[in-house]
Design a protein. Structure first.
Length: 189
């Protein structure tokens, strides 16, 4: 969502803008295999030819589904695939960047390529990854957009036996199981 501006700054920051600036992000595929690059496109429209714009984009994941806004995306949650022997952990990393939009255009299109080869916890990975981009002018957010995808085939299924006679089947026994899946991509209709 666009950032609310104090009245004193409103006329300065909106000067020359069309008010119809929009950004769209589209990932090239819903799913990528390990050791492959992901592709995304960013499209801008409704730009003013007299205003300077820039785009900030980042890749992240989160632990719930739904609409993803730029401020929801904490890229620090991504961890590098390479193990850091010194501190016995996976290092935090950043996938993202800034793009300056050429002045004098009313629309803009660019392609991105990145390799999200990172380990994630099973809990967070179940909703997949997001690429999120934000359109800005003079430091103010005008619009943001996102698209989701999965990377690799991480996942597991656990089956717990909570029966009275765990492991053995006894005549008259009722078997009680709990099945839990972790790390699989969550899709909602």
């Amino acid at each position: 969502m666009p950032q609310a501006l104090p009245d004193a700054e409103e006329s300065l920051s909106t000067s020359g803008r069309t008010g119809n600036e929009t950004i769209n992000v589209t990932i090239g595929s819903d799913s990528y295999e390990w050791n492959t690059s992901a592709n995304a496109s960013i499209t801008l429209s409704g730009l003013s030819s007299t205003v300077s714009y820039d785009i900030e984009w980042k890749v992240c994941y989160r632990s719930n589904s739904g609409v993803m806004y730029f401020s929801d995306c904490n890229y620090q949650q991504l961890r590098e695939e390479t193990w850091n022997q010194a501190n016995q952990s996976h290092d935090y990393t950043y996938i993202g960047g800034n793009i300056t939009v050429p002045t004098g255009v009313s629309s803009f299109f660019t392609n991105l390529q990145f390799e999200p080869s990172y380990n994630t916890s099973y809990y967070s990975n179940r909703y997949g990854f997001y690429i999120v981009a934000e359109l800005r002018s003079s430091g103010y957010d005008l619009d943001d957009a996102s698209d989701s995808f999965t990377y690799g085939h991480y996942g597991s299924v656990y089956i717990y036996d909570y029966s009275q006679h765990s492991g053995d089947v006894v005549l008259g026994d009722t078997k009680t199981f709990e099945i839990e899946s972790c790390g699989f991509r969550y899709y909602s209709a």
